[in-house]
Design a protein around this ligand. Structure first.
Ligand code: IPM
Ligand code: MG
Length: 370
């Protein structure tokens, strides 16, 4: 299918990261064999694993490996018990995750939220609110806004109080480039884009709305509407089926993507892609499950590897344009769900046709279904 060898950095991280990455890598190897694609996978420590191995959440060797790779497959980082023991700028979230986002210019974060029919029971909404199924793509700006805006600091005041400052800042071009990603994604889906802002209060919201409207003129086939973020949070609960693509700035996207994720039944089902600029038909990307390290279930063969496995599919699709291979993974996951195989997070004891299995068995079943 392709004579190229794809260089992939696999950074498992902490908590359930190593278990779910292990299954995702078996799926990646299996798909490589099936479609005759060469993947050269190199694993490296990150997060607390990086601190323990090399004294830093993002060890220099790991960063170098990322620079030499075509894409990064990431597990998750951070351990709530250990994080408070080191200064905040050295903790895994900031020193590894946010650092990688900025370092590689990964400004576009795509989070597809899908509730398969077979998992309707795992959705917290009543069946009538689920309509014909929930299928939303959250497109989140990832390198701007309050996460990175300066000044960002906590200062001591003379009256003994402290004052914390975060700055929300966006430029026209930052909004334009994420808007293009949103509209292009909508063109490949149901051609509807809802742009989220707080234009009734924030300067950022006014600029966001103006720029998105202007970019939208170039996408006549996509229906654009604007929604205040508070209303969007409510509409997601009341009528999630009205949404196709949700376009959000960084902070709003962080919040709404977790809310949307809950609709899909489990965070363990949600992959994500963080993309930078495209060069020579290839997009450098960072692919991770949305779920976090889940230390309470780590090492117990309980974690759902599906989000990590679907992240592999996103990598093949968005970074390498290997759509057939990506489709095969999506289909294999669908088959296994339809066959009634469930990890604990998506299993309901009342569903007698379903069987509860562990992380390894789920990974093996998906490989077999390929
Ligand atoms: C996410 C996470 C991160 C974020 C944290 C871990 C820094 O919540 O990817 O949504 O806030 O972006
Ligand atoms: Mg989040």
């Amino acid at each position: 299918m392709s004579s190229k060898t794809y260089q992939i950095a696999a950074l498992a991280g902490d908590g359930i990261g190593p278990e779910v990455i292990r299954e995702a890598l078996s799926v990646l190897r299996a798909v490589g064999q099936k479609f005759h694609i060469q993947f050269n996978i190199t694993e490296a420590p990150v997060g607390w694993a990086g601190i323990d191995a090399a004294g830093k959440a993002l060890p220099d060797d790991t960063l170098d490996l990322c620079r030499r790779s075509d894409s990064i497959l990431f597990g998750s980082v951070g351990l709530p018990d250990r994080d408070p023991t080191i200064p905040k700028d050295q903790r895994p979230e900031r020193a590894a995750l946010l650092r990688i986002r900025k370092e590689f210019g990964l400004f576009a974060n795509l989070r597809p939220v899908q509730l398969p029919k077979a998992l309707a029971h795992a959705c917290p909404l009543r069946p009538e609110r689920q309509g014909d199924g929930i299928d939303i793509l959250v497109v989140r700006e990832l390198t701007g806004g309050m996460y990175f805006g300066q000044p960002k600091k906590t200062e001591d005041l003379r009256n003994g109080q402290q004052r914390a400052i975060d700055t929300m800042v966006y430029t026209t071009s930052e909004i334009e480039r994420i808007a293009h990603v949103g509209f292009k994604a909508a063109q490949l889906r149901r051609k509807k884009l809802t742009s989220i802002d707080k234009a009734n209060v924030l300067e950022n919201g006014i600029l966001w709305r103006e720029v998105v409207s202007r970019v939208g003129k170039g996408y006549a086939d996509v229906a654009l509407d604007h929604m205040f973020v508070d209303n969007a949070a409510m509409q997601l609960m009341l009528r999630p089926t009205q949404f196709d693509v949700l376009l959000c700035e960084n902070m709003f996207g962080d919040i709404l993507s977790d809310e949307a994720a809950a609709l899909a039944g489990s965070l363990g089902m949600l992959p994500s892609a963080s993309l930078g600029a495209t060069t020579a038909n290839q997009t450098f990307g960072f692919f991770e499950p949305a779920g976090g390290t889940a230390p309470d279930i780590a090492g117990k063969d309980l974690a759902n590897p599906i989000a990590q496995i679907l992240s592999v599919a996103l990598m093949l699709r968005y970074s390498f344009g290997l759509n057939t291979a990506a489709d095969a993974i999506d289909k294999a996951v669908g088959k296994v769900i339809d066959a009634g195989l469930r990890t604990g997070d998506i299993h309901s004891p009342s569903d007698t046709s379903a069987r509860r299995i562990g992380t390894r068995e789920m990974g093996a079943a998906i490989v077999a279904a390929l």
